[in-house]
Design a protein around this ligand. Sequence first.
Ligand SMILES: C[S@@+](CC[C@H](N)C(=O)[O-])C[C@H]1O[C@@H](n2cnc3c(N)ncnc32)[C@H](O)[C@@H]1O
Length: 261
Amino acid sequence: MNAFAHYLEAKRTVDDRALDRRVLETLRRRLENTAEPSIADVGAGIGTGIERLLDWQVVTQPTYTAIEHDSDLLATARARLEGRINAEFIASTLTDFAADGENLARFDLVIAHALLDIVELTPALNNLVSLAHPGGLLYFPITFDGETIFEPVHADDATILSRYHASMGEIGDSKTGRKLFHALEEEPVDVLELASSDWIVFPINGSYPNDEAFFLRFVVEMVEQTVGESAGSWASTRRQQIEQGRLLYIAHQIDCLAQKR
Ligand SMILES: C[S@@+](CC[C@H](N)C(=O)[O-])C[C@H]1O[C@@H](n2cnc3c(N)ncnc32)[C@H](O)[C@@H]1O
């Protein structure tokens, strides 16, 4: 398994804590009368998002379509999910998938979990909304909203994190979570729920639960790779704090549920 796939697996328990339960409950209720809901999961990664929705009985017996442009991740998703649900696995970008007329207005539920902050927001939303039929649902959880906290405080935090945030989203604006609300006003949808889903990773008795030390090391490495050499000393301090079980990491994110008119 490559490091990014490992990161997505380690992220599962961090997301489990973070996801807003009220939003999930609204999603469950809105789907409860739909037998075999058709679901498009765009940027599906290794498929942990749909595993959770099944494990937590938010959906039962879906017809599931994973759309993921990284074919290695998609192969991992297939290996995890095949046999468990009726599923197809499409190696495609969102743009190409939405360009196929057969996919338009096809789905009861369109999911983009931790995706909108790494793509250009407006065209991605146009495409995601186009996949849902009128009355269909759009679930966009774990949308990063431009606030990152590492504790204890380090003198270089402000410089490093502002460079890190500047690399994200369209025109360097990483506050995608709050922009999403306004961007949805331009779409034929009603917003049903918005809530915080902050990642909070912290040690318990000096060690991180599950695989969350790996998750933290991966996040620190992403920051270091994005910012470059000037982040070297900051990153090595953060790595030491992970080994010592002293680092607290918080990322502000927003979950959104909307319905197509
Ligand atoms: C941060 S990961 C989240 C994966 C998964 N939803 C999760 O939360 O575990 C974003 C995923 O979207 C995929 N991706 C990014 N841009 C995409 C695009 N334009 N079309 C399809 N997949 C995309 C990436 O390959 C990656 O697997």
